[in-house]
Design a binder for this molecule. Structure first.
Ligand code: FAD
Length: 478
């Protein structure tokens, strides 16, 4: 994702990936609503070839109807991570990113004006790659993070969950999980006779080193916990993960940045892990590109840590809270009862849905109190001056700033930044758009889809120059 974003920002980049061929493990089986929006903003959704959306979700086992929040049920299910990787790899390559598989990064050194990364191939060949920055997107055990000396504090594994992807049997799907005597079970259907069963067995004591279970072990535990016999199935992938939760203390140290699991690891509950990583990349891409291109205003690149670290911390907190609610024994029952009671309140439900779908993220973008400020631009159908329909997300395909001008005048003030920001004259012709933009004269949207400034009707230019300078730097002409 980051490679694609950097290419959209006009920056050359190389991806060094240890695996010579893509791993075909499904891993993440979907993404959150905000991540779907992010893919939509780049025109990537058709490449996934369709997927099921998520109406009913949960918070630690307490059921939630995602349709209650606008865009909430937009999340995707049954999309294997291998497909997501394939889609993004192809997209980034089409945009000109150089993806070099079969190269393991072994070391890097930081210089005055850049970094030198060393990598070796499985055959023992060595290369040195010189760049302005290095971004560690190398997973939870990130070598880049360790070599940069970035601490990764957090909590060790307290619980272990095991899973098996199995073909040739039929299992009752339980996409939001189910508490059973002795633990918790979860089952995603991936095909007519293909399922991923995942369970937490309270009797199992987490090991210091996570050891992959055998299929026989998983089948035995599944039978014990559910009464369903899957032992005749063909195991495709068997594994184990834990609730170890850690976060890098900083996402940037000089010319080294971190994104995805390299920056945060946690229990993959609610499909938030990969989703958070994709959003890290989209927050970082345009800022890093601006820095490399030389137009980034002071502090823009540092705002990556300032904005994304709290989001990551909140994901860690909510996954730990969900773990405690869902996986604890009967001693947690009173808490569950109180929690169920609280979810009778709409505000509680929408708060939880906003949190787990990533839709409630709000960045500190500057002065003003308009409810859209710092929030994501939601999907809206707008209309151009000649009556042509304009999808708000389509305007973000090129990962540039967008100034939506609702005034019908051409003098919205963004002209000096035309090399970085597209000014688009639009009108609201349907109810949803009219409601969202009521009383709004103009809106500045960052390349990652977050609203940086809102101009009121009647005084549509108030504060625009300052906002453009804050996010898009000094105009090229100046
Ligand atoms: C069973 C399971 C289910 C999950 N379900 C979900 C879900 O439903 N939704 C969700 O959002 N998330 C889910 N996750 C989490 C998700 O898989 C991770 O958050 C995601 O893979 C992180 O992506 P990443 O690119 O940051 O890191 P990784 O996927 O770990 O990728 C890192 C890459 O870096 C490469 N690499 C590492 N070291 C080096 C090196 N030295 N040199 C070169 N290359 C290197 C690795 O080969 C790897 O390809 C799940 C995880 C598991 C295990």
């Amino acid at each position: 994702m980051l490679a694609g974003e950097l290419r959209l920002g006009g920056v050359d980049c190389v991806v060094l990936e240890r695996e010579a061929v893509p791993v075909d493990q499904s891993r993440a089986l979907g993404f959150t609503a905000r991540t779907i929006e992010v893919f939509d903003q780049r025109g990537l959704l058709p490449r996934f070839g369709g997927f099921g959306t998520i109406d009913m979700g949960h918070f630690g086992g307490v059921g939630l109807d995602y349709r209650e929040v606008e865009g909430g049920s937009y999340g995707a299910k049954a999309v294997p991570q291998s497909l997501t990787v394939a889609v993004l790899e192809k997209w980034a390559e089409e945009l000109g990113a150089r993806i070099r598989r079969g190269w393991e990064v072994t070391e890097f050194t930081e210089e005055d004006k850049g970094v030198v990364v060393e990598a070796r191939s499985a055959e023992g060949a060595q290369v040195r790659v010189r760049g302005a920055f290095v971004v560690g997107c190398d997973g939870g055990r990130s070598l880049v993070r360790k070599r940069a000396g970035v601490e990764f504090p957090g909590s060790d594994a307290g619980v272990e969950m095991s899973f098996a992807e199995v073909e040739g049997v039929r299992v009752r799907p339980r996409p939001n999980g189910e508490r059973v005597a002795g633990g918790m079970v979860l089952c995603f259907q991936q095909g007519p006779e293909r399922f991923r069963v995942t369970y937490y067995d309270r009797a199992a004591v987490p090991q210091r080193e996570v050891v992959r279970p055998s299929f026989e072990e998983v089948a035995e535990a599944w039978l014990r916990l559910t009464g369903e016999d899957i032992s005749a199935g063909r195991p495709l992938w068997v594994g184990r993960f834990t609730d170890a939760s850690r976060q890098a203390v900083t996402y940037r140290r000089g010319r080294v940045l971190l994104a995805g699991d390299a920056a945060h690891v946690h229990l993959p509950i609610g499909g938030q892990g990969m989703s958070a990583g994709v959003q890290d990349a989209v927050n970082l891409g345009w800022k890093l590109a601006a820095e490399v291109q030389g137009w980034a205003p002071g502090g823009l690149l540092d705002s990556y840590h300032e904005e994304r670290h709290p989001v990551g911390a909140r994901v860690l907190t909510n996954t730990l809270a969900q773990r405690t609610l869902y996986l604890s024994d009967d001693a947690m029952d009173p808490m569950r009862e109180v929690f169920e009671e609280l979810t009778a309140y709409e505000e509680v439900r929408t708060h939880l849905i906003g949190m787990v779908t990533g839709l409630d993220i709000r960045y500190e973008v500057g002065p003003g109190d308009h409810p859209l400020l710092g929030r994501r631009l939601p999907a809206r159908q707008l209309t151009g001056p000649d009556g042509t329909p304009v999808e708000a997300f389509t305007l973000l395909h090129r990962a540039r700033g967008v100034l939506l001008d609702f005034t019908g005048s051409t003098a919205t003030g963004g002209a000096d930044w035309a090399d970085r920001v597209d000014t688009v004259a639009v009108r609201c012709t349907d109810t949803a758009a009219r409601e969202l933009f009521a009383g709004v004269g103009a809106v500045l949207v960052r390349p990652d889809g977050y609203v940086a400034w809102v101009g009121r009707e009647g005084e549509p230019l108030e504060g625009l120059t300052e906002a453009l300078a804050r996010w898009f730097g000094v105009p090229a002409a100046a």
